[in-house]
Design a protein around this ligand. Structure first.
Ligand code: PEP
Ligand code: MN
Length: 445
């Protein structure tokens, strides 16, 4: 059994990207409240997900991880949760059917409320305030009051995550995600758009296959529910520490705020607090690896985070950028593979491809996203390793945040419906287009 250092010990290691709370007593009281709150997930569910990610690491399954860059408390509505789940289910069906590979489904959902920022401050029209760090920390409004970190928000994260997860669990077990609903997910949608029609055609084939299977005696209950998991970046130490509990079955610590948690590109310091805390829990975990990652960095992270080389425990989520992946990824994969490490390799084609449009909106080009994923597949194919999955920022709504794609969104369209409070997300059409393109890459992998 491993133990968990106390919060003060963790902070003493150095923790990047933490809120500076003005009121310590308020922090203690929020943490105390969280420590007694029931777990959001069961440790046994985390183990099941770990087994599935082990299949990803072995090249037998594909991981689809997606959702908002930053969830918001105001975004916890039935429509919002359903739309996000629906686009992920549609993408998963496309990948499963078109590529004949089991898909492990993980949402950036029910906990993705805290954001690392490249600058501590934000300036607008000559006024400078603390940066927005996600609803977990402070308010998005550009006022001095809103931007003060408030620890009570951590309790709101817990409550919002609980409400979201409750609805997600209802949807995935209660019939909404039934494979026989494969058409229904599309009814309000893009029948008129090329990707909507492509999906309709595939849904027809799936329906015929299901009818056939039922006719030969398959149990329809098999199609009724899907496994779906929650994930978020483990960023605010107070929250993740308070939600870490000893599992009574195994006597081991789990972070029960989500099934899968990851360490961000800005908080993966080997001797820092985030790596230390994540090294102690037994959940499946991820680490984001940007273009500055050396093979030795990756090996040292693996040694610390997964000393027993347990398959499914560690996922490396690479986010190099379309222009860098073909040069940067091969040595990393080669060295990690040569060391005999069993990790799952997942591509985040979003965070290395962000730029600011002339209008000031942060955006990404759909073409760059595809190019990075293609580079990821090419590198893995040439090394004989498995391109294990996709980590994307997306929404089920028709937002205008990323340019390009089949609808050919232009920079001048960005203002029409830009709703993200942080990074730009693929909209529903772009997400589905991505799924069809990746299915094609997978078929050839
Ligand atoms: C994110 O996933 O939203 C994020 C901030 O990513 P990264 O740590 O890779 O920059
Ligand atoms: Mn992001």
């Amino acid at each position: 059994m491993s133990t968990i250092p106390d919060l003060a010990t963790l902070h003493a290691l150095g923790a990047a990207q933490q809120p500076s709370y003005p009121d310590r007593a308020a922090v203690d009281s929020a943490v105390q409240r969280l420590r007694t709150a029931p777990p959001l997930v069961f440790a046994g569910e985390c183990d099941e997900l770990k087994d599935k990610i082990a299949q990803v690491a072995r090249g037998q399954a594909f991981l689809l991880q997606g959702g908002d860059c930053a969830e918001t408390f105001a975004g916890v509505t039935a429509d919002n949760v359903r739309n996000k789940l629906r686009v992920l289910l549609q993408m998963a069906v496309v990948l499963t059917y078109a590529a004949s590979v089991p898909v492990v489904k993980v949402g950036r959902i029910a906990g993705q409320y805290a954001k690392p920022r490249s600058s501590d401050l934000e300036t607008r029209d000559g006024v400078t305030l603390p940066a927005y760090r996600g609803d977990a920390v402070n308010g998005y409004d550009f006022t001095p009051e809103a931007r003060i970190p408030d620890p009570q928000r951590l309790v709101d994260v817990y409550n919002s995550s609980a409400a979201t997860l409750n609805l997600v669990r209802a949807f995935v077990t209660g019939g909404y995600a039934d494979l026989r609903q494969v058409h229904t997910w599309n009814t309000d949608f893009v029948r008129e758009s090329p990707v909507g029609q492509q999906y309709e055609a595939m849904a027809n084939e799936i329906e015929r296959a299901l009818t056939f299977m039922q006719a030969i005696g398959a149990d329809p209950d098999e199609f009724h529910r899907v496994d779906f998991h929650s994930s978020h970046e483990a960023l605010v130490l107070e929250y993740e520490h308070a939600m870490t509990r000893i599992d009574s079955r195994t006597n081991s610590p789990y972070d029960v705020s989500g099934h899968f948690v990851w360490i961000g590109e800005r908080t993966r310091q080997l001797d820092g607090a985030h790596v230390e805390l994540m090294s102690r829990i037994r959940n499946p975990i991820g680490v984001k690896l940007g273009p500055s990652t050396s093979p030795d960095d990756a090996l040292a992270l693996a040694a610390k985070l997964n000393p027993d080389n347990e398959p499914g425990r560690l996922t490396f989520i690479t986010r190099f950028g379309a222009g860098k992946i073909r040069d940067g990824l091969p040595t990393l994969v080669e060295k990690v593979t040569a060391a005999g490490l069993e990790v799952a390799w997942v591509c985040d084609p979003m965070h290395g491809n962000t730029f600011e449009a002339s209008s000031g909106y942060k955006t990404r080009r759909f073409g760059d996203v595809i190019d990075e994923v293609q580079g990821f597949f090419d590198v893995h194919r040439s090394l004989g390793t498995w391109p294990g999955g996709l980590h994307v920022e997306l929404t089920g709504d028709d937002v205008t945040e990323c340019v390009g794609g089949g609808e050919d969104l232009l920079e001048m369209d960005l203002g029409n419906r830009y709703e993200s409070v942080c990074d730009p997300r693929l909209n529903r059409v772009q997400s589905l287009e991505l799924a069809f393109l990746v299915a094609e890459m997978l078929r050839q992998a």
